[in-house]
Design a protein around this ligand. Structure first.
Ligand code: GDP
Length: 340
């Protein structure tokens, strides 16, 4: 009986929840209303078509107010200290009068129920500070989909006045490229372990980094210094970055909040550097071009799979491909012909 009552109340509450118009959403967001921002993000993340249409309109209206931020990607293997680091660096920059949004891309989150940013206890100060906005990774079937949503959420957060955006991702290999394609600065966190094997981090990811930070340097200062030296040597062997930025390796203890001001200084120096040499703008343009293409590819994929002829033929051809009776290329050709 109680349960029934509870459900009834929930339905009542849901009915009561105000539905905003697109203009109300936009006005709320640009006024910095966190509740409306949160609800708009929920629309972005929804798979319902009507929500997506609304979300697209809201994003479009917010665009003129967005773009005035610096976007920082933060990656590292699970346990390296990303949450702790984001809390320490985040609090440091709030004290510099910044407004911070912390987002995440976690392609595994629908399996693990949000393995990153799920646990806000390590971001205690940030999550209770009005000047910070924390949003866990959207769930999704594909990394591309999850990443696209995060990219859209960036626009909404920027329109809401967040001038610094952190995007956290688990350093396991696939999501870094997505994060790199939507950030201005890419920070790689490493442990003070043996420098040469790079702790399972792929060389490509190290090459993407604009700053390498050896965290947990309090646990073993000597080892941390050695690691710093060997990462520095490794970085020297990489080709020069397009931004011409000389990548540094710094030590840090996120737990003891040591090394944080130096890291923030490095990020600010970078921002000035790339704005002076025009790389900032050319990189943003390149990223916009990339997302245009990605979104079209994604939309075409959905259209393709929803086409009645494809729906009819696909399962049978897929079966044949899996059984080795038909090559994937021929099957794709047949389906594409049917679509055309
Ligand atoms: P994440 O999985 O990368 O987000 O890592 P967490 O921030 O959750 O940290 C994993 C563990 O490492 C936690 O127990 C933290 O308290 C600890 N930790 C994080 N940073 C430091 C640090 O600088 N020094 C020490 N000693 N421990 C740290």
């Amino acid at each position: 009986m109680d349960r029934k009552k509870e459900i009834k109340n929930k339905i009542k509450a849901a009915r009561k929840k105000r539905q905003y118009s697109v203009d109300e959403y936009m006005n709320g967001i640009i006024k910095g209303d966190r509740k409306i921002l949160g609800q708009a993000i929920t629309l972005v993340e929804s798979t319902k078509e009507e929500h997506q249409i609304n979300a697209e309109e809201i994003i479009d209206k917010c665009l003129p107010f967005a773009n005035h931020s610096f976007r920082i990607g933060i990656t590292g293997v699970p346990g390296v200290g990303k949450s702790t680091f984001i809390e320490s660096l985040g609090v440091h920059i709030l004290n510099k009068n910044k407004k911070l949004a912390v987002l995440a891309i976690d392609p595994t989150s629908n399996v693990t129920q949000g393995s990153i940013l799920g646990d806000k206890t390590r971001m205690f100060h940030l999550s209770s500070d009005e000047r910070a906005f924390i949003r866990p990774s959207p769930a999704g079937d594909s990394l591309g989909g999850v990443a696209r949503k995060t990219r859209e959420v960036i626009t909404l957060c920027e329109a809401a006045g967040y001038d610094t955006i952190f995007i956290e991702t688990v350093g396991v290999g696939q999501s870094e490229t997505a994060v790199h394609s939507m950030t201005d600065f890419f920070l790689l966190l490493l442990l003070p372990g043996g420098g040469d094997e790079l702790q399972g981090i792929k060389r490509g990811i190290v090459e993407m980094a604009d700053l390498i930070v050896v965290n947990k340097s309090d646990t073993n200062p000597d080892l941390a210094k050695k690691a710093k030296q060997s990462y520095r040597n490794a970085v020297h062997l990489f080709p020069m970055k397009e931004s011409k930025w000389p990548v540094k390796t710094l030590l840090c203890s996120a737990l003891e909040k040591k090394g944080i001001p130096e890291i923030w200084q490095n990020i600010q120096d970078y921002e000035r550097w790339v704005k002076d040499n025009q790389y900032f703008l050319s990189n943003r343009k390149k990223q916009a071009k990339y997302w245009l293409k990605e979104t079209i590819k994604n939309g075409l994929g959905t259209l393709f799979l929803q086409h009645p002829k494809i729906k009819e033929k696909y399962p049978e051809l897929e079966e044949k491909v899996m059984e080795g009776q038909l090559s994937p290329f021929l099957a794709a050709r047949e389906l594409l012909d049917a679509f055309k």
